[in-house]
Design a protein around this ligand. Structure first.
Ligand code: UDP
Ligand code: MG
Length: 168
């Protein structure tokens, strides 16, 4: 079986419910390695790119508000790249069905997710659902130097006049 990588996000509801430790314990059952990890402030642009395939769905606007952290008053998610054999399916199995009411109760979403009265599935985590999605999502959330392995081909570019912040 092939070595794959997959993107996992602990969504704002997972963070405010203090589930980070529980979620990481559950994910560790998949016996994969963590190749990248960071806390990300989610801009509208990033949120809309991440969920661009769902544009037009009735829950889209609410979903963007949710992943940006506006509903839970915490504008951040924690992002991970997990890597290993059959990583995408192994993680999706631990994560469970999209709808937390249909998800196996022993899965992360089954145990911790809920459906809000306005119909959004607050399901605690995101996990890539295919090889193509994983590549698109990892490239969207991580720069090549933020992951410990060379996951995808890279190229070198020379930047001039780039403004960046350093510690004062
Ligand atoms: N979602 C929702 N209602 C739906 C379908 C999806 O609120 O009927 C939300 C839910 O938070 C889900 C996200 O939109 O995790 C992305 O949907 P997708 O179909 O990609 O499900 P996932 O891959 O996250 O299981
Ligand atoms: Mg999906």
């Amino acid at each position: 079986m092939a070595i794959e990588q997959t993107l996992i996000l602990i969504k704002p509801d997972g963070l405010i419910k203090s589930l980070t430790g529980n979620i990481l314990s559950r994910l560790s059952e998949a016996k994969l390695i963590i190749a990248g990890a960071k806390v990300v402030r989610v801009t509208r642009e990033l949120a809309e790119k991440h969920y661009e395939h769902l544009k037009g769905k009735p829950f889209f606007d609410e979903l963007i508000t949710y992943i940006m952290g506006d509903i839970h008053n915490t504008r951040r998610v924690v992002a991970f790249v997990y890597q290993g054999e059959d990583a995408i399916k192994k993680i999706r199995d631990v994560v469970g069905d999209t709808n937390p009411e249909l998800a196996n109760p022993v899965s992360i979403r089954g145990a911790y997710g809920r459906i809000t009265t306005n119909g959004v599935f607050e399901n605690v985590v995101h996990a890539s659902s295919s090889l193509e999605d994983a590549e698109k999502e990892i490239k969207l959330w991580f720069n090549p130097d933020e992951v410990i392995e060379d996951l995808y081909p890279t190229k070198e570019v020379v930047l001039s006049q780039v403004h960046t912040r350093v510690w004062a």
